[in-house]
Write a protein that binds this ligand. Structure first.
Ligand code: 5GP
Ligand code: ZN
Length: 150
């Protein structure tokens, strides 16, 4: 167990962050359409869905992003994502599902409370999660490999 120590600005007992909308939603202070709830997480429907059923997994304890999660939160979040994905694919009869998780403004994160998007995909839904494939040389790949691991 490596639960995070409370940080400045957090209430010690519950690890919520003042003025964080997802802390308030996850802990039931602001209403949202809830698909699932347990002691650690709430799964809600996104207010501006990319597709029908677009949902968000929110931890009840505040963490700004992936790197701020405890190991236990991170593993439990992915197990929950798997469970929700299976349920949504069955019940919505969608054709696929994207898990999306943005970290940092540059990466598209707009709410600075960790969340995982579950985006059901339907044939011809007009959405896309795309990047333009780039190019690389073996030297560039080796340089970046070294930069990451050394
Ligand atoms: P991000 O861009 O940070 O990865 O995603 C934030 C998501 O939260 C967006 O898809 C946005 O529509 C959703 N969102 C923002 N505010 C609210 C809210 O008050 N309620 C709900 N249900 N979703 C929200
Ligand atoms: Zn929060």
């Amino acid at each position: 167990m490596d639960r995070k120590m409370p940080q400045r600005g957090m209430m010690e007992e519950d690890m919520r962050m003042d003025n964080c909308i997802f802390c308030k939603i996850a802990n039931g202070e602001i209403p949202a359409k809830t698909l699932y709830e347990d002691g650690q997480f709430r799964v809600i429907l996104d207010l501006a869905p990319a597709t029908k059923g677009h949902a968000l997994i929110l931890p009840k304890d505040h963490a700004a992003n992936l790197c701020e999660l405890s190991d236990a939160q991170a593993s439990d979040a992915l197990v929950l994502a798997k469970k929700m994905a299976a349920q949504m694919m069955e019940k919505l009869q969608c054709d696929g599902l994207n898990l999306v998780q943005n970290n940092g403004e540059t990466a598209g994160q707009t709410v600075m409370h960790f969340h995982i998007h579950l985006i059901p995909r339907y044939h011809n839904d007009g959405q896309g999660i795309h990047w333009r494939p780039g190019t690389s040389t073996p030297e560039e790949l080796e340089a970046v490999r070294k930069q990451i691991v050394e």
